[in-house]
Design a protein around this ligand. Structure first.
Ligand code: ADP
Ligand code: MG
Length: 246
């Protein structure tokens, strides 16, 4: 069997905010095509770790390799990197004066130089993929939170990313809308999109994750296959956390 290099390798990453040590020697590899679910208490460093991968934060120690290039070295252009790494946040922040389709078309047209016609064709395809094919001409304030978040996912996908980072994409949504966003993310995972998902939706983790990572106080405490994790073979610290959220 051919051994493939991981798509993403986070190696010994350290970071402080002031005197607070928020990432402590964090190491994590993500293989091409896999979904990693990142869990842990509030303040444990999950968002910071994702933000480091997208160069929204700088690191003090360690390195991060994406497609075998050290992206933390000088000379790496964050905007260029973010074309390959899509990120979806808790708040969707769509452009309110643009329709759903136009929100999705914007970056391909302005950054990649795609023609309006091609960008529109792609936007309509992506709206189908996120299961709102009839919302192309709707403005964000005409859409539910779940629909807006799916437009945000489609907008990220429009750049044809190699890796998707999701930071609690459903935590601002009403319960009835969580499922529709989860379903779209599970579709992406099933299609082989490589992703890191910070979420407490353990139903999603069970369905879509290949590996589960548990963080606490800036440390990666546990890294386990989904089978092992959901088979009950988890550390006491992770179990204590699960008991709180489930
Ligand atoms: P999580 O996403 O797991 O809730 P975060 O990565 O957001 O955790 O935060 C980790 C720690 O770093 C927290 O204690 C948080 O208060 C702190 N922190 C996050 N961002 C900043 C920042 N920009 N400036 C100072 N402290 C921050
Ligand atoms: Mg967070």
């Amino acid at each position: 069997m051919k051994t493939e290099k991981p798509l993403l390798e986070i190696i010994g990453v350290d970071k402080h905010f002031g005197s607070q040590h928020v990432l402590k020697n964090c190491t994590l590899s993500v293989a091409q095509g896999e979904t990693v679910v990142l869990i842990g208490p509030s303040g444990s460093g999950k968002s910071t770790l994702l933000r480091c991968v997208n160069l929204l934060e700088t690191i003090e120690g360690g390195s991060i390799f994406f497609r075998q290039n050290d992206i933390t070295k000088a000379g790496v252009e964050p905007h260029r990197l973010r074309q390959d790494i899509g990120m979806v946040f808790q708040s969707y922040e769509l452009f309110s004066h643009l329709t759903a389709a136009e929100n999705i078309m914007l970056a391909p047209m302005t950054v990649l130089g795609v023609s309006r016609a091609d960008a529109e064709t792609q936007a309509l395809e992506l709206l189908g993929k996120v299961r709102i094919p009839d919302k192309a001409d709707s403005f964000p304030d005409e859409l539910s939170g779940g629909q807006q978040q799916r437009v945000a996912i489609a907008r990220a996908l429009a750049m044809k990313p190699k890796l998707m980072l999701f930071d609690e994409p459903t935590s601002a949504l009403d319960p009835e809308m969580i499922r529709e966003v989860i379903d779209v993310m599970a579709d992406l995972s099933a299609e082989g999109m490589t992703s890191i998902v910070v979420t407490h939706e353990m139903g999603f983790a069970r369905r879509a994750a290949n590996h589960i990572v548990f963080m606490e106080n800036g440390e990666i405490i546990e890294y386990a296959t989904s089978d092992k994790f959901f088979g009950g073979d988890v550390s006491q610290r992770a179990q204590r956390f699960l008991d709180q959220i489930l």
